[in-house]
Design a protein around this ligand. Structure first.
Ligand SMILES: [Fe+2]
Length: 389
């Protein structure tokens, strides 16, 4: 659904291109910073990427510290620890290097350096009072779009609830995207993170807050991901496919930053919080079922999705065209090895009521969803995702 245009602004300077990591020093210097905190994904240790980043920074005359204790599906206290390290060295720049976990930790640390309290105090919308220090995000997966969004998502270690710090102060200053950095991603991570990116784009198209701008960005993202995700999964060294995927992920991130996501993200959160299922995989396993559920409420949007996925929908009524988008995404999931059932990844079916309760508290995505999502509807979608098991 496309609603009347409000306003649209890209708050982050985007630098995109092969070898872009070598520009990190100059880019950091341009922010006026002298001391950096680098929040890096520990999976990057040993493959030279963290070292390359550090060298680029020291070559430009910056000093700093590296925080590598970033956990997958990060806990709130990780952001507090990163911020403490940043404060201890008077960091005036925070760099996120990695997937969504590293970037979210970096975005939160940047505002925790300048604001009192802990990350938990800022979970919600518009709770951050002061701007943070400068930030540069360098994604090494093509998935979250976190390099251009105003959200950082964390899990509460005690309650297992997942929630986001949402504030305009979290928009990164610079997104530095270098496709070369994504080449070493293994096939399963490429598949899951790529499906997260596709989910952002699909949910942006069907969002109740969609505009002509977000729709254009999201449809371009869907086309790029549809054309290149299989190639990136099956041939990780295909630099053109990696380049297109990173661009697709970026465009999906720009769309979601304005249009918001929907039911799939709400329903995926408890899977991450309770069972540590990676965010991308959780979305990948739910999105075909969420699309099927949403189809009657957003036929035109799904027809556009189908067209962007290259489905032969010319002349078809929008319901049929939209249905082919659902089938195309199902085939994509199957081709790239996304498991069929939540049962296969160790989620207990008996926990559905607990998962529903968790999902329905994620208010913004639930409100953005084109079809009303209540207890029965959430139950239906989770049941589909378990299948016959
Ligand atoms: Fe996501």
């Amino acid at each position: 659904m496309t609603v009347e245009l409000g306003n649209f602004q890209i708050r982050t300077r985007v630098v995109f291109g092969l070898g872009g990591i070598s520009a990190l020093g100059v880019t950091a210097k341009e922010t006026g910073a002298e001391r950096y905190l680098l929040c890096a994904d520990p999976a990057l240790e040993g493959i030279g990427i963290i070292e390359t980043a550090r060298k680029a920074l020291s070559g430009a005359g910056l000093s700093g510290e590296t925080f590598v204790k970033v956990e997958p599906e990060p806990f709130l206290d990780g952001a507090d620890d990163a911020a403490e390290l940043g404060r201890s060295i008077n960091a005036d720049l925070v760099i996120g290097l990695g997937g969504g976990s590293a970037m979210d930790t970096a975005k939160a640390a940047a505002v925790l350096i300048t604001n009192e309290g802990t990350a938990e105090d800022y979970i919600g919308l518009d709770k951050v009072e002061l701007p943070g220090v400068a930030t540069i995000m360098i994604p090494t997966t093509s998935g979250t779009g976190a390099e251009v969004t105003f959200t950082a998502v964390f899990t509460n270690r005690e309650t297992k609830a997942k929630g986001g710090i949402n504030s305009p102060f979290l928009f990164p200053d610079v997104a530095l995207l270098d496709p070369e950095l994504t080449v070493s991603l293994p096939p399963d991570v490429t598949a899951a993170t790529g499906m997260d990116a596709l989910t952002h784009a699909v949910e942006s198209v069907t969002s109740r807050s969609a505009t002509v701008f977000t729709e254009s960005l999201a449809l371009a993202s869907i086309r790029l991901i549809g054309e290149n995700l299989r190639r990136a999964v099956f041939h990780g060294n295909d630099i053109e496919a990696r380049d297109r995927m990173l661009l697709g992920s970026l465009l999906g991130g720009l769309a979601l930053a304005d249009a918001g996501v929907g039911a799939c993200h709400a329903l995926a959160y408890p899977l991450g919080g309770f069972y540590r299922i990676p965010h991308g995989l959780a979305n990948a396993m739910l999105i075909p079922h969420v699309m099927e559920f949403n189809l009657p409420a957003a036929e035109r949007s799904f027809a556009l999705v189908a067209q962007s996925l290259g489905e032969p929908v010319e002349g078809l009524p929008s319901r049929l065209a939209g249905a082919s988008a659902v089938e195309a995404v199902r085939s994509l999931c199957s081709d790239i090895g996304i498991p069929d059932s939540l049962f296969d990844i160790g989620v207990p079916r008996a926990d559905i009521p607990k998962m529903i309760e968790g999902a329905l508290t994620v208010t913004r995505p639930v409100e953005n969803n084109p079809r009303l999502l209540g207890i029965e509807e959430a139950q239906w979608i989770y049941e589909q995702a378990f299948g016959e098991s």
